[in-house]
Design a protein. Structure first.
Length: 372
């Protein structure tokens, strides 16, 4: 409020506001593409997003920045043909330089010109973390169920199996087949309950510095000599990756589960599984029970060249008892979500490429303070 007797400050006139300053202040990346396909304007957020200077961007066509089959190209063509503003949400936008980023896109015609303005909003980690919390909640529901089943189901099953074995001793050949069936089925149910009991172990995990490449190579050797003989393995490793702050045995369990899923999804002929690592400057996440936020820059990927996962199933893929396999229990990925969550990490599916790819992100080991 102005002091008594003092004139109130005048509102700035419209022509005194610098449109370029407003553009540069926008937090979201924004670029303008001319009718010749070249970028003709960008803001600093656009330079940062594409990891290219404005000087460099203005010498490139849009098709030089993103792949020709990118959803962004289709949206720009749609706006040029129809003239309407279009938006698409949850788009995986990627380039060899920046990798793949999940974004919301808004593409509009710039006034009455043939130029097109593209606004890119990176999706916050809130949506991803919502999924992670859902996965962890699902794992907790399995934990409660496992505890109940261990007490209420396994004991009666032991009695049933014992009775079947006693009957088998004096049974005819035809009846012996039935008693053997009873024993086999009780064993199968007990094995399922044993797998579920893994969810009920809520003790803090013992963690140390782990070389994730050694873990991946160990898992690859197991696969190549057993269930993965019919597929070829490719490695795309970042050799400078620092140590993971984790439990080696549990990380072997996670990656063995993911590799087995990838092998089963790959075709019998020409099947291929790609193991990858990368260092990403990720966001810092608040993890329950941790005093400080954790950074998860270590990315590990397991990708197959199979048919992929349907959009309908994707949001529930880490839920227990959800599976695409005939006769599968649907507990493998739920256990992956639990173990990765126990490490303070995240797990998610990336379906932007061929087949399906699971990405897990984990914390770095620091000598000075254990983990960050």
């Amino acid at each position: 409020m102005a002091k008594a007797g003092a004139a109130a400050p005048l509102r700035r006139k419209r022509n005194e506001i610098d449109p370029l300053a407003v553009l540069n202040a926008l937090p979201d990346p924004l670029i303008v593409v001319g009718d010749d396909g070249f970028v003709c304007m960008t803001n600093p957020a656009g330079e940062e997003f594409f990891a290219l200077s404005a000087k460099r961007l203005l010498r490139l066509r849009l098709t030089d920045i993103v792949p020709f089959d990118s959803p962004l190209i289709s949206l720009v063509e749609q706006v040029r043909e129809e003239g309407d503003s279009v938006a698409e949400y949850g788009v995986d936008l990627g380039t060899p330089k920046i990798g793949i980023k999940n974004v919301n896109l808004q593409v509009s015609r710039l006034y009455d010109t043939p130029d097109v303005i593209i606004q890119i909003a990176e999706r916050t980690m809130a949506a991803k973390m919502d999924r992670q919390l859902t996965h962890r909640g699902a794992a907790r529901s399995v934990t409660a169920m496992a505890t109940m089943l261990a007490h209420e189901v396994k004991n009666p099953l032991s009695g049933i199996r014992g009775s079947a074995q006693l009957l088998e001793m004096n049974a005819s050949d035809a009846d012996r087949a039935l008693t053997r069936l009873i024993c086999d089925e009780t064993d199968r149910i007990c094995a399922l309950v044993d797998r579920m009991e893994a969810f009920s172990d809520d003790r803090p995990i013992a963690r140390e510095a782990v070389n994730i490449h050694e873990v991946l190579e160990h898992v690859r050797r197991i696969a190549e000599t057993g269930f993965g003989r019919h597929v070829s393995f490719r490695e795309q490793y970042d050799p400078s990756l620092p140590f993971v702050y984790g439990n080696r045995d549990q990380l072997v369990q996670v990656l063995l589960n993911l590799v087995k899923n990838a092998v089963e999804a790959a075709p019998e002929i020409g099947g291929e599984v790609t193991l990858s690592t990368a260092y990403r400057h990720g966001v810092r996440l608040a993890i329950p029970g941790a005093q400080e936020k954790m950074q998860l820059p270590l990315e590990v990927g397991v990708q197959d060249n199979g048919p992929g996962i349907s959009e309908e199933l994707l949001p529930h893929i880490f839920d227990p008892f959800v599976t695409t396999k005939a006769g599968g229990s649907g507990l493998g990925l739920a256990l992956v979500a639990k173990i990765v969550g126990d490490h303070g990490g995240t797990a998610e599916f990336d379906t932007s490429g061929v087949g399906s790819k699971v990405l897990i992100r984990l914390p770095v080991y620091h000598i000075s303070k254990g983990a960050d």
